[in-house]
Design a protein. Structure first.
Length: 131
């Protein structure tokens, strides 16, 4: 069984890494014209930190005496909630920009098709005029 003091030391470092990663994702979320690839990469880094911290939190909660459990559980829930909020915001931006990109691409495809149709129609009209 893991030593609770070693887990607490690890938790301190993992919480610092969580905070650093969450701040980075939130900085990108705040940008008007965020690079989706960069946001997605930073979100993946953040999720890795969340997973490690979650594992450490679970191990600590298992070892805590009952009198300390509730207070620690509240803190753990705050970290979980923050992670969910950040991921939700980032996913909305990523999915929203992908949808905009898809709309723009489909609009371009329709535009190309319409131009092709106009060109074929003009050729047919020209050929009919010449006959």
């Amino acid at each position: 069984m893991a030593n609770i003091e070693a887990l607490k030391k690890s938790r301190k470092n993992e919480r610092a890494a969580f905070t650093k990663a969450s701040n980075r994702v939130e900085e990108l979320i705040a940008l008007e014209d965020v690079d989706i690839c960069e946001l997605e990469a930073e979100l993946n880094v953040f999720k890795g930190k969340v997973d490690r911290l979650e594992n450490t939190h679970s191990n600590i909660l298992e070892l805590l005496p009952e009198k300390d459990y509730d207070a620690e559980f509240e803190i753990v829930e705050d970290f979980r909630d923050k992670a969910i909020r950040i991921e939700t915001k980032a996913r909305r931006i990523i999915n929203g920009q992908q949808n905009v990109s898809n709309v723009l691409n489909s609009t371009n495809d329709v535009s190309v098709a319409m131009n092709s149709f106009r060109n074929v129609s003009m050729i047919k009209i020209s050929l009919n005029y010449l006959n």
